[in-house]
Design a binder for this molecule. Structure first.
Ligand SMILES: [Mg+2]
Ligand SMILES: [Zn+2]
Length: 196
């Protein structure tokens, strides 16, 4: 079995959106979706190497009543379209739509898939025959690192300064195997991990 590259979405594949001073959120509309600089190089390298790229994302916006499932789907499609413009592709997506304090009853559950729980990674590994110990999880939050660590993935934390101070502080304290300041730097680490 082969390893895969697991990618968090918001803050790694697409940029977060500034709501007000120091407050950032995932994009709530199709128009605000932008790719993070350099993500196409990581996904493109994996595509050429035959390494699966799997998005692992918490999207509680629908559960919280911030958007409809239709809007959420359109945002996913926009991410895919922007990547297709760069001739790269995500192979599979695993998304948790739950939130324990949600207002949509069927999504307001304490599930096993919301990161930091590793449920989505376990499901992906089973369904796609992925060796988690040979895999890498690239995220921008401590819950990405914790989910990856729980199942033996190598964890990369992408830190960037254009974000809320408290988020950067939390992220810095997380037990990631590698902390990188750019996706170019992340690609160097990923190449080393997959070719050694
Ligand atoms: Mg994120
Ligand atoms: Zn869930």
């Amino acid at each position: 079995m082969k390893g895969a590259i697991f990618l968090d979405r918001d803050g790694v594949i697409n940029c977060t959106v500034k709501v007000s001073d120091g407050i950032y959120d995932s994009p709530q509309t199709v128009e605000t979706v932008r790719l993070v600089k350099g993500i196409e190089n990581i996904i493109g390298w994996a595509n050429r190497m035959g390494i699966k790229v799997v998005e692992i994302s918490n999207q509680p916006g629908v559960a919280k009543g911030k958007m409809t499932m239709i809007t959420s789907g359109k945002i996913e499609n926009k991410v895919d379209a922007l990547l297709a413009n760069k001739n790269v592709r995500i192979d599979n997506k695993y998304i948790c739509f739950h939130h324990p304090k949600g207002i949509v009853p069927e999504l307001a559950i304490d599930c096993q898939c919301r990161k930091p729980k590793p449920g989505l990674l376990i499901q992906a590994a089973r369904e796609l025959a992925i060796d988690l110990k040979k895999s890498v999880f690239l995220g921008d939050r401590d819950w990405d690192v914790l989910a990856g660590k729980a199942v033996g993935c190598k964890t990369l934390l992408f830190l960037f300064n254009d974000d809320s101070p408290e988020k950067i502080k939390f992220a810095l304290a997380s037990p990631a195997d590698y902390k990188v300041g750019s996706l170019d730097e992340a690609l160097v680490v990923i190449k080393r991990l997959f070719t050694k």
